[in-house]
Design a binder for this molecule. Structure first.
Ligand code: IPT
Length: 924
């Protein structure tokens, strides 16, 4: 009672947030310099970033959120993308794949905290940095308090804030914090920053408001004080940078220690690097290596102890797919796998294992929520560095052990002289290669007293009056655990080798980490303890669902005790042991009874069945159809938009008039067609064009129906600042005899838009840079222009299709008949389509990809699966495998796959094939 009262009084003295508007399940959120608290309980927020807009399948949101939760995360960090919801000013779509209310309900159901990050600007390597493309036509600098922009962003916040507000923890929901803007560090405007927060408060947002400052505290303002200040200012840390071609580099961008920006709020690692963009096309597996388990151990653990931060957002937990035209072209391609712990195809990696080891620890050992720096044990070797924090209330110590030079691969040993709350001990430690450990001393571990351990804590639970604790260490290195008792306890080693000795209340356990050692300790004045001592690999086999500890299978999604039955939902890729440390008498697995036996550890052990083999069809039955009637001089373009503007608000001005920028005529995504008519003089020798497509785009030119060739579209690079005078030049010779003096001529140009640039520097120069033609000169006589682009698909949204003839005619939904097979194509546009039927077992999860390869000629293909643009294959590009997300993919039923192939020259398409990435028996 006294404890509760103290907690209550403490809570009152903490920074307080306006109380909840309603609801019984409402929680009270406060914070101080140590941590957030929820209903008086301190919380270490360990969240992983997820972009719902990169997973266009709400049924998979649950899958990924369950995987995030099972990794030990207690929260998710969610950007909300303005552009994803708004095709036009005043129009907002929150249905289907855009149903963020459904997403937030799921987080509630799963008990994950949410940091809501609605921008308005989000960056995130998504088109326009999350700005809707129509904002390019709104006068006034974006990310400022200019009236034009203000009206626009208030419109967005007016839609998204009420949704976030009703899902706040303070109203019984999941949202624990609200992030204003994103890395707002250049060209800042405090009145704007202040207004975003005013809009939030006016919409009833009463959780703490946060910000993620770019990179470190040297960027000002930090939004910790002054006009526009937020309550909890955080920083973004990407210590490994983004050069995945060199996955062995370490700490390119510094020590990666989250800086404290406020003395009254917790230190917050708002975005801590958990993967990387593949800037130089190394492939995401290399990015996963760059940010792999060794990096995670050394940097994340160092950060925890050096910073005392208790709020984290790991960027990304799951990256997903830039489907449709979601990619920002400079930094990413279709895949946004990010080298994250969960792959784009929703598979778990060794990074996932390391997240689980750390996540279970930080969310189990609650004294970590309130720590000050403390005296570290003295290390006998200068080659082993120690650093410590301690909880001022419980005295619990957290000691970081690492190499002084974090880059080293050395194998070092040392003896630590450690003054713990339970006496001074001399203990050996060893670091085998790149490694770091957080060792704990003076900890009330359930009903036990852990004096210290040189093994790390994974987690511990209490079940049926018995504690079960899992500790772990590097395979082959010695470990020592000391537990306190009032009298000599009984020690039974059930499995493995452990030397136990008892002296002056200390039970000393000495062992070598190898496999899984099991020790049962009873009496000694405490309740029983089953102590499990494993290697890293053994530790990764454990799962925790609520208070239930389990071991085995590829993933435990949940385990619920119902009377004497434990209902487990788990995934297996092969038959596997499942062991539950439980008081239950029976186990069901994915609703099926499992035969079990009771082990000497007092657990239930059974066999989980694996999946049945699956059959994936070959793709045949292709039909191919060529298009591009727009290239024909006789084509009727009278219904196209006349392009005759003479002025634009884009900061980049056209080289010739009229303005031919696609966005200025309302065509924002994918391909646009231009047709220019003029009366030939007969002396034209070349067509001189200039186009901005964004990085990686091409444009193609026809004159009087004759293909003149293609050119690379330009981009506006940072190094071009302020403007690139000649972004995407293309000079095409006019074949002699093609134009006749006095005769009408038609120039047809197809320009791809690879997506819009971001606005990282808040100067409009990047995101308002045009797409389409920026200059055209052919002749001395006047040219009249018309333009045609795509219109938004009301189900799939504005990013799904562009203005190819086939897209305008709906061929991505159903292509009219064509020639059989995949004949040579191009130059120009052709479409190929095939149908296939899947009959995958409904209790199995078989992620499929589409693999390209083996074609010839320069070409690219937009991939339409059942009408959804799931990516763009570029011949010679880094990405050959494209995720086909179930939901869009009918795993039991008919599917249509259609490719819009844009060939710059005569090409053949290598026969694409379906590839199963994995096969899991599962419970959905
Ligand atoms: C930081 C952004 O906030 C985030 O949106 C994303 O772009 C990420 O990095 C990179 O993937 S910006 C960076 C300069 C740290």
């Amino acid at each position: 009672m006294k404890r509760i009262l103290i907690a209550f009084l403490l809570a009152l003295t903490m920074m307080s947030v306006p109380p909840a508007a309603s609801a019984e399940a409402a929680s009270r959120i406060t914070y101080d310099k140590y941590s957030l608290t929820v209903d008086g309980r301190r919380v270490l927020l360990w969240s992983g970033e997820l972009h719902y807009f990169r997973l266009p399948s709400p049924e998979l949101w649950r899958d990924v959120l369950e995987k995030i939760k099972a990794a030990g995360f207690n929260g998710v960090s969610l950007y909300f993308s303005w552009g994803y919801h708004s095709p036009r000013p005043g129009v907002y779509d929150f249905k289907g794949v855009r149903d963020v209310d459904r997403l937030l309900r799921l987080t509630e159901e799963l008990g994950l905290y949410v940091v809501a990050r609605p921008g308005p600007y989000i960056n995130a390597e998504t088109t326009g940095g999350g700005f809707p493309a129509w904002l390019k036509n709104v006068p006034g600098r974006a990310r400022s308090s200019d009236p034009g922009y203000t009206k626009a962003y208030r419109e967005w916040l007016g839609h998204i804030n009420p949704i976030i507000a009703r899902h706040q923890l303070t109203r019984g929901g999941s949202v624990i914090a609200y992030n204003a803007e994103n890395e707002y560090a250049a060209n800042t405007d405090a009145a704007y920053m202040e207004d975003i927060q005013r809009q939030a408060r006016n919409a009833g947002i009463n959780v703490p408001i946060t910000h993620n400052q770019c990179c470190d505290a040297s960027w000002t303002p930090t939004w910790a004080t002054g006009q526009g200040a937020v309550q909890i200012p955080g920083v973004d840390d990407y210590p490994q940078s983004f050069e995945c071609r060199e996955p062995d580099t370490w700490g390119t961008w510094g020590e990666g220690v989250t800086e404290r920006l406020s003395q009254t709020a917790p230190a917050y690692g708002a975005e801590y690097q958990a993967g990387a963009i593949d800037l130089n096309n190394a492939g995401y597996e290399k990015c996963r290596e760059l940010t792999g388990p060794a990096f995670m151990k050394v940097y994340y653990k160092s950060n925890l102890i050096a910073s005392g931060a208790t709020m984290f957002g790991y960027y990304m937990a799951f990256g997903g797919t830039n489907w449709g035209r979601l990619a920002q072209p400079n930094d990413v391609y279709t895949s946004y796998d990010y080298g994250a712990p969960i792959t784009e195809n929703r598979q778990l990696t060794t990074k996932y294992d390391e997240f689980k080891r750390q996540g279970l620890f930080v969310t189990t050992v609650t004294p970590l929520t309130k720590t000050d720096t403390a005296t570290a044990p003295v290390s006998s070797s200068a080659a082993v560095h120690t650093e410590a924090r301690a909880n001022p209330d419980t005295g619990t110590q957290f000691v970081l052990v690492r190499h002084p030079d974090r880059k080293t691969n050395a194998d070092e040993t040392s003896t630590l002289t450690w003054n713990t709350p339970d006496g001074t001990h001399s203990v050996p430690v060893r670091l085998k290669g790149r490694d770091a450990k957080i060792l704990v001393a003076g900890y009330d571990m359930g009903g036990q007293r852990l004096a210290l351990s040189t093994s790390e804590i994974l987690t511990h639970t209490t079940s049926g009056g018995r504690d079960v604790a899992v500790l772990y260490g590097t395979d082959g290195i010695p470990g020592k655990t000391v537990l306190r008792y009032s009298s000599r306890p009984k020690v039974r080693v059930l499995e493995g080798d452990v030397r136990a000795s008892y002296r002056n209340g200390d039970l000393n356990l000495d062992y070598t980490h190898s496999g899984l050692v099991r020790v049962l300790i009873t009496d000694g004045g405490r309740r029983p303890l089953l102590l499990l001592l494993g290697t890293d690999a053994e530790a990764a086999k454990f799962w925790r669902s609520g208070d239930v500890l389990l071991r085995g299978t590829d993933l435990v999604r949940s385990a619920r005790l119902n009377a004497s039955t434990l209902a487990i939902r788990a995934d297996t890729s092969k038959p596997a042991d499942i062991e539950a440390f439980t008081t239950a008498k029976r186990i069901t697995l994915n609703h099926q009874h499992v035969h079990t036996r009771t082990t000497p550890s007092g657990s239930l052990l059974g066999k989980a069945p694996g999946p049945r083999p699956v059959h994936v069809p070959l793709l045949n039955g292709w039909r191919t159809r060529t298009e591009a009637p727009e290239a024909d001089p006789a084509y009727d373009d009278s219904r196209w938009t006349v392009a005759d503007k003479t002025a634009t608000i884009s900061p980049i001005k056209p080289k010739t008039l009229p303005v031919l920028y696609a966005d200025d005529y309302g065509y924002h995504h994918g391909h646009v067609w231009y047709r220019g008519r003029f009366r030939a003089t007969g002396s034209e020798t070349s067509v001189d064009l200039n186009a901005i497509t964004g990085k990686g785009g091409v444009y193609q030119v026809w004159l009087n129906g004759r293909y003149l060739g293609s050119a690379a579209g330009g981009e506006q690079k940072d190094s071009d600042a302020p403007v690139n005078p000649d972004p995407g030049p293309g000079k095409f010779s006019v074949p002699s005899g093609l134009l006749t003096k006095g005769e009408p001529a038609v120039l047809s140009v197809l320009v791809e838009n690879m997506g819009h640039n971001d606005d990282w520097t808040a100067d409009d120069l990047r995101h308002k840079q045009p797409r389409g033609l920026v200059g055209a000169s052919v002749t001395t006589s006047p040219i009249t222009w018309r333009i045609q682009g795509g219109t938004a698909d009301s189900v799939r949204g504005p990013l799904n299709t562009g203005g190819l003839h086939g897209e305008r005619e709906g061929w991505h939904l159903r292509m009219p008949s064509g020639r059989p097979g995949l004949p040579p194509i191009g130059p120009g546009v052709s479409w190929s389509s095939t149908d296939f039927r899947l009959g995958l077992p409904s209790d199995q999860d078989v992620p499929l990809t589409l693999r390209f390869g083996g074609g010839t000629g320069r070409h690219r293909a937009l991939i339409y699966l059942n009408g959804w643009n799931v990516g763009e294959y570029v011949s010679g590009g880094v990405q050959r495998d494209f995720t086909l997300p179930s939901g869009i993919l009918r795993t039991r039923g008919p599917n249509t796959l259609t490719l819009a192939v844009i060939a710059e020259e005569k090409s053949t398409l290598g026969e694409p094939s379906l590839r199963p990435v994995a096969n899991h028996r599962t419970s959905r």
